[in-house]
Design a protein around this ligand. Structure first.
Ligand code: URA
Length: 275
């Protein structure tokens, strides 16, 4: 890139002002004074100084999605030494420095977890008044009846207050099969499942037809909210998976893998956070 463009992008001065700095002999590239206006620099490897002070381009932010498996705590470091999501993403390296999770999923929850180095974007997405919709599929004990579904939709009272209106439907037929495949993908150990049901293993419940699949769309994100909502209507969660976050879907990203978001996806996220 041309030196004057580099300086302007780095915020040193306008393109015209940067040309003046170069002509005045105030700019060095790799230690050598450069006064020629057309000179090129490699933004990744050349050292550019103005009046002896190093000048760098602002770091481009990185946002990525992880298909979180069960058994990982959503934190970048855990004093108790449990496995964390930090082990699954390229945290702390080069352009990924400062990467942090946007919101959280419980250790047992699988699915779409966003990470970003852009603090402003993360805050906008989690802002209580602008929370973007996140969709979950839950395998639950029993099956919420029409009254339960209506309660969940309108709002249920939890220990920290009423929940906001939510989108809720009990999945049947093909939709239930798709949910089973999603949840099966992130299957926790049967020991885990047994701990949650308290009585019978997930496999036994599924086999006995004593469970159902429920889709829940929330615009808020309180601690263990989906689990607590479904528990409140007598249908404890056996397994939980987040399928979407605002305009983003996990798609066929394999469990435990991450991918960087494309520019349009980040733009769509910003747009969703503004709505
Ligand atoms: N709601 C929950 O109960 N758990 C999660 O991990 C996310 C939403």
């Amino acid at each position: 890139m041309r030196l004057q463009k580099f300086l302007a992008r780095a915020g040193v001065a306008s393109r015209r002002g940067s040309e003046e700095l170069i002509s005045a002999g105030r700019v060095r590239v790799n230690g050598a004074c450069v006064t020629e206006l057309g000179s090129k620099v490699d933004a990744d490897s050349d050292v550019v100084e103005v009046d002896g002070a190093r000048v760098e381009l602002p770091r481009e932010s990185v946002t990525l999605m992880l298909h979180k498996p069960a058994g990982y705590v959503t934190t970048m470091s855990d004093p108790q030494g449990r496995p964390t999501v930090a082990e699954l993403v390229p945290a702390g390296e080069g352009r990924f420095a400062g990467l942090y999770p946007v919101g959280r999923l419980d250790a047992d929850t699988t699915g779409l977890l966003l990470f970003s180095t852009d603090g402003e974007l993360g805050n906008a997405l989690l802002h209580p008044r602008r929370h973007v919709t996140k969709r979950y599929v839950a395998l639950v004990e029993g099956s919420p009846d029409a009254r339960d579904v209506e309660r969940l939709r309108r709002g249920v009272r939890l220990s920290d207050g009423m929940t906001l209106p939510a989108e809720v439907r009990v999945l049947e037929g093909k939709a239930a099969k798709r949910a089973a495949a999603l949840i099966g993908e992130g299957r926790a150990s049967s020991g885990n499942a047994r701990r949650h049901t308290g009585r019978r293993s997930r496999a036994a419940l599924e086999h006995a037809g004593a469970c159902s699949y429920v889709e829940v769309g929330l615009r808020e994100g309180r601690k263990r909210q989906v689990r607590r909502m479904l528990e409140a209507v007598g249908c404890p969660v056996v397994a939980l998976h987040r399928a979407t976050f605002g305009p983003l879907e996990l798609g066929d990203l394999p469990r435990g893998q991450w991918r960087e978001l494309a520019g349009e996806e980040v733009a769509a996220l910003r747009e969703a956070a503004r709505e």
